[in-house]
Write a protein that binds this ligand. Structure first.
Ligand code: KG4
Ligand code: ZN
Length: 391
């Protein structure tokens, strides 16, 4: 079946069309159209995601992205259509809160034929509620216009499913997913799809949040994860030995919870100290060399904790598949460290999404929507945004 995926939970606006086949135990996905616009640069001046801007940008970009996805999938077939005035009023009411979206949707559905799409999967949470509502309103409008069923989808389940976007990947249960993104850090046990138990989570900052906040302390642009990662990689290549150790919070506690705010606070104190030392600072910034050293030590500290907790899980439970998901999985050092970890556990297979599918995208939402649809059918109740939706 053909699935239209829509993702607007944070600062990526994404629309895709995938072909999904196979049963729950062996799903196969083929990407037909994939369109994504990252607003990250626009939010950089605020040092983080600014919800009102995110909402406005989603409303502006959804229709152009859908057109691109339809064109990629060769499903953009022009055919002028007249709208029934009663329907038009309904559509207008549905989209009245999303500036400009009504006009764009009207133009789209009066220009193109209804595409042969069987399901619309849309993220309903967790995420920024004003941002989620735009995607939901858009999905509902298309569902009404084209008479296509809807499937509400959990963004974090999307991250769990993201490795399945690679051909011939299969999850064997019981599985454990380590989800590391800008808003979440969770270890999730899965007995099957949509059957989850949280084994541990962060008590304060998420891993991605710690990367972003640390980057800010080092005067690096938002989003900080990729910047820290780039500097750390260079530091590793240059064989820098960090002289200023950072803590590894909760690394040896016997539970599976995390805490990352202490690392960031340690970076704050360290940078304050280094600013007063002329050999490390010039013109009110730290030297590129010391930034590289801190980035390297920060990445090592975070990775040590993630690996230690994952090792505890693999020593404690029978885990056939270890899945990594979330934007921080784009980090090469973390990816390599997990590949090394599973060498200690020959019974466990590691599944990691392609780097391009680790950060937010619509493909993972369409894929998770498919599995959810196979298990539970379409969503028949009214869709609503749930900022704190859990798995
Ligand atoms: O999953 P995601 O795209 O959005 C959320 O659902 O939050 O994750 C975004 C997070 C940001 O904090 C970003 O800094 C981080 O993922 N990130 C990285 C890397 N690329 C993105 N963190 C570390 N290394 C990277 N290469
Ligand atoms: Zn995400």
């Amino acid at each position: 079946m053909k699935i239209l995926g829509i993702e607007t939970s944070c600062d990526e606006t994404a629309v895709c069309i995938i072909e999904a086949d196979g049963r729950l135990d062996a799903p196969q996905f083929t990407i037909k159209g994939d369109a994504l616009f990252s607003q990250a640069k626009m939010h950089a001046e605020f040092g983080g995601v600014y919800p009102t801007l995110a909402k406005r940008e989603h409303a502006k970009n959804l229709v152009p992205l859908l057109k691109k996805a339809l064109e990629d999938a060769k499903l953009a077939l022009p055919a002028p259509i007249l709208l029934d005035p009663e329907f038009e009023t309904k559509l207008q009411t549905m989209l009245e809160r999303e500036t400009g979206l009504y006009d764009a949707v009207k133009e789209l559905i009066t220009t193109y034929q209804k595409p042969p799409i069987d399901l619309i999967a849309v993220t309903t949470g967790p995420g920024l509620e004003p941002a989620l509502w735009v995607g939901i309103a858009f999905a509902k409008a298309l569902s009404l216009a084209w008479n296509i069923p809807l499937r509400a989808t959990n963004h974090m389940e999307g991250h769990i499913v993201s490795p399945l976007l690679e051909p011939k990947t299969k999850v064997e249960f019981p599985a454990v997913a380590l989800l590391i993104s800008g808003g979440h850090t969770e270890l999730v046990a899965a007995r099957g799809w949509m059957d989850y138990m949280i084994l541990g989570k962060t008590r304060d900052d998420a891993v991605g949040e710690a990367f972003d906040k640390t980057a800010r302390l080092l005067n690096l642009p938002y989003p900080g994860g990729p910047e820290i990662s780039r500097l750390a990689q260079e530091g590793r290549l240059r064989k820098i030995k960090p002289q200023w150790p950072l803590p590894r919070p909760m690394i040896s506690t016997d539970n599976l919870d995390f805490s990352f705010s202490g690392i960031k606070t340690a970076v704050l104190y360290l940078t304050q100290k280094l600013h007063s030392m002329p050999e490390y600072s010039y013109s009110s910034d730290l030297s590129p060399e010391i930034k590289m050293e801190i980035a390297l030590e920060f990445e090592n500290a975070v990775t040590d904790v993630l690996i230690a907790k994952a090792r505890t899980v693999l020593n404690t439970y029978e885990v056939k598949t270890l899945i990594l998901g979330g934007g921080v999985v784009a980090n090469s050092f973390i990816r390599e460290s997990f590949k090394n970890l599973v060498k200690e556990f020959p019974e466990t297979k590691l599944l990691i999404p392609n780097i391009t599918h680790a950060t937010d995208n619509a493909l993972m939402i369409a894929a998770a929507g498919y599995l959810n649809y196979l298990k539970n059918g379409p969503t028949t109740e009214e869709l609503k945004a749930e900022g704190n939706l859990s798995l």
